[in-house]
Write a protein that binds this ligand. Sequence first.
Ligand SMILES: Cc1ncc(C[n+]2csc(CCOP(=O)(O)OP(=O)(O)O)c2C)c(N)n1
Ligand SMILES: [Mg+2]
Length: 370
Amino acid sequence: MTIDGLLGAAPAGPSNSELVQLLTPEGERTEHPEYPLDLSPEEVRAFYRDLVLVRRMDFEATALQRHGELGIWASLLGQEAAQIGSGRALAEGDMVFPSYREHGVAWCRGIDPMALLSLFRGVDYGGWDPARHNFHLYTIVVGGQTLHATGYAMGLQRDGTEAAVLVYFGDGATSQGDVNEAFVWASVFNAPVVFFCQNNQWAISEPQEKQSRIPLYQRARGFGFPGVRVDGNDVFACLAVTRKALQAAREGQGPTLIEAYTYRMGPHTTTDDPTRYRLESELEAWKLKDPIERVKAYLIRRQLADQSFLGEIDREADEFGARLRKSCVQMPEPPPMSIFDHVFVGEHPILAEERDGFEAYLASFADGGR
Ligand SMILES: Cc1ncc(C[n+]2csc(CCOP(=O)(O)OP(=O)(O)O)c2C)c(N)n1
Ligand SMILES: [Mg+2]
């Protein structure tokens, strides 16, 4: 018997029965007994606007990077519904721990898109106040934020605060020790944390089949808490599933793992070339499940929006894009010495020595290193 025969075939796409879906790729509304959802036409239109604008932000950021205006960009293309649906499920007092791709969630938390661009332009370390927005700084260390989130949730629990924590990570991150440790702690302490895994099928060039032989949401059971798989390209389902899990967490029912089944339509980051490791046909198949097109189809099908509304959103996106491009190139450069600020709370002798050395180095230039 071959090794494949012994292990069984790798899981293919999810069967419909295990995937929570409330809006089909064709834009038809479906019901799920555990996730009733009632949205007003204004709310659906607002979702459409969110989705279009964050895609535009992403598009502009990618283009800015290609023009050399950003050092790097991690695109959310294809994951808009997972992020807007879950992001809009948050209550004001909930806390978010993102990875590095959660631009749509940042949008929902009221973070100025320029603060995201400034980080990727390298002119600051993440230009927002996590406490003001209840949105932590981006974490590049894959999976590390799940431990921060769990610790924070345990703090909320001890303070008796009725709020939940929502932490984002990817399919690849589920293989990290940190994530598994976070699952253990969250489980045994019944911490009010929702683990939101965007399974975008790829961890750079590593396919999700190399992360797990079982669907990722089923992992939760072994840790002792519920797991659910949601159509990550369905903004309604992502909203309903996340809302329920956050409420359960706030009510003291402990953690939930949500696996949002989606697809990274672009490269891992602008440094990556996915044509080297995956087939174009895969992308073409996922384009048919586009998260924005299905909301648009629903709006038109139900006559909740007309061409003038759609045109208005397109115009707003054009203006938004122009504003982003203009503001990005006008961002002030930080003074070179500011790189030493905020490293430690107090003075540190090694850092002080390095700072003095760098200062002397800059002074050795005729223009003082400016
Ligand atoms: C601890 C650690 N190991 C490796 C890396 C390099 N790295 C950056 S992103 C990434 C893949 C992550 O994939 P996934 O968790 O699926 O998230 P996605 O990028 O697909 O959103 C890797 C290996 C890192 N940043 N941190
Ligand atoms: Mg991934």
